[in-house]
Write a protein that binds this ligand. Sequence first.
Ligand SMILES: C[S@@+](CC[C@H](N)C(=O)[O-])C[C@H]1O[C@@H](n2cnc3c(N)ncnc32)[C@H](O)[C@@H]1O
Length: 241
Amino acid sequence: MLLSETPKFFGRRKGRIIRKAKTTLLEAFLPKVRISDDCRFDTQTMFGKPVDKVYLEIGFGNGEHLAGQALRNPSVGFIGAEVFQNGIANLLSLITGIKEGTNLPEKITLTDGREDNIRVYDNDVRLLFRRIPDGFCDKIFVLFPDPWPKKRHASRRFINPENLRELARILKKGGTLRVATDHKVYKGWTLRRLHEDPNFRWTATCGNDWKHEPDDWVETKYQRKAIREGRRPVFLDFERI
Ligand SMILES: C[S@@+](CC[C@H](N)C(=O)[O-])C[C@H]1O[C@@H](n2cnc3c(N)ncnc32)[C@H](O)[C@@H]1O
């Protein structure tokens, strides 16, 4: 992709009507945590405080994993990228504690005890890649990406050689790329793409490593749905070599 090109996005940007509290969060709180066009990628100034490490979550959906990881790891700066407005609003609700039906306070702030360590990119992450310096991220999460199971849609799958090139560039050597999926086709596809890529090494040594949730895992909505519908998610960790 050329720098001037805007990539084509095939997913949904908007879903159900966004109710009042979440609309207010998008209007009044998102600008406080959004990665603006002039934001500098710098561990000292990018977040509400200096951070030791940076983790990036791509396609955070409803934000449960991102919000949970950020709470557990207060010294890490988190970048979350998502295009789906309803999902972004849900993340904002999780981190501010403001839900539908609660009275809106005059000033919206983070819930008590939560650090200011999340920044949100509310657009296609491929547009953000160009701005992230080499080796900036310590961990990258791509959790339950849209599987695009039909063969003719395979080029839409997020795990592809072009995106892997960017992920390898922005991930520190020794850093982790975690891909979770509940889809058989996507599992095989991901393992093949990463096996072909000399920048990554699958870290699994036995089935226990990838058939079960990693220790630092936070459950997501898609994972719960997959399990309810009888599909078994897999958790694939790759080291940047
Ligand atoms: C199947 S959902 C999974 C959501 C979440 N990770 C979870 O496990 O619950 C995939 C999400 O990735 C988002 N997504 C897909 N491509 C993206 C891109 N290029 N940039 C940002 N978000 C993207 C979609 O909007 C969608 O919300």
